[in-house]
Design a binder for this molecule. Structure first.
Ligand code: FES
Length: 160
């Protein structure tokens, strides 16, 4: 039998630009926080012991992701936008869609990735507090278009 190793976890370092958004104990109860970080609307989820931050407004038409349900799709936790049911992976911001794999003779439906569509942000937990550091906005992401729009939770128009 091998020797058991003790893993010493380093305390998380805070970025200079990290912004305090809440307390661990509060998020464990509410499971999500809607907030604004440097004038950008952001939602932070606590799901299965992990924290995820992303732009609050859906990349498709600006739907309020903090009001969506979380579903497991192919082993990936996804937020389902309440407006048109787009699926977004919490961890990566990838958009998922279901389609037919034409390589498959049975033509079964499968989930595919559209790539990163929703901007995600870094979450740091330190001393019972949760901080968010915005990701580099110089790299374009589809959700940027709605990130600074001011919405009043009005329904978005039907897609054309
Ligand atoms: S606004 Fe999110 S799916 Fe349309």
């Amino acid at each position: 039998m091998g020797q058991q190793q003790t893993v010493i976890q380093e305390p998380e370092e805070l970025d200079e630009s990290a912004v305090l958004v809440g307390k661990v104990e509060d998020l464990k109860v509410s499971k999500r926080i809607r907030t604004t970080v440097n004038d950008r609307e952001v939602v932070i989820f606590h799901h299965l012991g992990k924290y995820h931050a992303m732009d609050l407004r859906c990349y498709h038409s600006g739907g309020p992701l903090h009001l969506g349900e979380i579903e497991d799709i192919n082993g990936k936790a996804c937020i389902v936008c309440p407006w048109h049911k787009y699926k977004i992976v919490l961890e990566t911001g990838e958009g998922l869609y279901q389609g037919v794999n034409h390589q498959d003779p049975k033509r079964t439906k499968q989930w595919f990735s559209k790539g990163k569509k929703q901007r995600t942000h870094k979450v740091t937990v330190k001393d019972g507090k949760i901080y968010v550091t915005l990701s580099d906005v110089n790299e374009r992401c589809d959700s940027d278009f709605y990130a600074k729009e001011k919405f009043n939770d009005e329904p978005c128009p039907d897609p054309v």
